[in-house]
Design a protein around this ligand. Sequence first.
Ligand SMILES: Nc1ncnc2c1ncn2[C@@H]1O[C@H](COP(=O)(O)OP(=O)(O)OP(=O)(O)O)[C@@H](O)[C@H]1O
Ligand SMILES: CC(C)(CO)[C@@H](O)C(=O)[O-]
Ligand code: BAL
Length: 340
Amino acid sequence: MAQRDARVALRDYRAWRAQATREGKSVGFVATMGALHDGHLKLVRASLEENDYTVVSIFVNPAQFAPTEDLASYPRTVESDIAKLASISHPSGRKVDTAFVPSVKEMYPNGFTQVVADQIGAFVEVKGLSHQMEGGSRPTFFRGVATVVTKLFHIIQPDRTYFGQKDIQQCVVLRRLVSDLVFSHPPSPEHFRVIPTGRDPKDNLALSSRNAYLTPDSRKVAPVLYRALRAGQEVWEQSHWSDTDKQERIKKTLDTARAVVLEEVDRCKQDGKSVDLKLDYISLNHPKTLENVESLLADKGASAIDVSQGAILSGAALISQGNGGKVTRLIDNLLLGFKL
Ligand SMILES: Nc1ncnc2c1ncn2[C@@H]1O[C@H](COP(=O)(O)OP(=O)(O)OP(=O)(O)O)[C@@H](O)[C@H]1O
Ligand SMILES: CC(C)(CO)[C@@H](O)C(=O)[O-]
Ligand code: BAL
């Protein structure tokens, strides 16, 4: 990787970035929490394709973890991450130039607590897009993400930035962030790239750093979330639906997807392997406003719903094995009738 030490300090990074600007070179940026897998590497390759320079950050951001979540045990594999980054090259010969691996002190110079009520200082919130879907179960998550990504964008000053569709709500929140806040050097919304979800080719499980928590038995169960979303998608895409069937189309799509997971929940209970699967949610949301289509239907009726712009079908499930076994949060989504 690069001619310089992969892990640059903040001050050195700023000097390097100023030089890139003077040379008129573009900088692509991939933000990660490390434990890199092929999904991350898709983002890195997309950046290498489009930019003169590529920067990857590795930072397990405490602000996006609730005190009850897995901050302490989140996989940290910096040495092998850096080796993976060094092994990738674009046909043009471009390679990752910089791995930015800051400390918590560098990112939160005035200290930090995970308890939101006790926090003092500057935090960034993206209202209206952060409380549903993942935000329903992780109410302070997007505040933590928006805060750290604001800091990272200020530091890295990317021309383009690459995020994964797997975390689709994160993409919608951050696109809105760069559109609403007038940074001196933002990646503009047009330069905010969303890369399709990388999956395990054998069963379509979305790649995720937290898949490292899965046991062999729970790994076999995990692809159920994708299968459920696909079953819902098939219903949504049936050719017979007309505009007057909106209510039934929404209900049947959600019921079908939920039933696939719930059947697997029952199967797990019966098969004696002590894999515990729980459905957190399966949700249909507007692609831009993220309004919950089912709630809108209940509150305002079918006439309030416009499916012409498509919908996001997303879900989350929790899976563990054995008493006290580590819980893995699985998330996934499919785009119904629109492209990002
Ligand atoms: N399977 C994937 N395909 C494409 N991009 C992905 C995939 N998984 C993660 N990413 C993207 O990589 C970036 C960094 O994600 P992160 O480091 O949190 O990895 P992760 O695998 O999502 O981890 P976690 O298990 O914490 O959810 C994000 O933009 C995320 O959407
Ligand atoms: C964007 C991000 C790196 C912020 O910590 C994280 O939420 C992630 O990896 O998706
Ligand atoms: N990719 C999302 C990071 C998180 O779950 O904290």
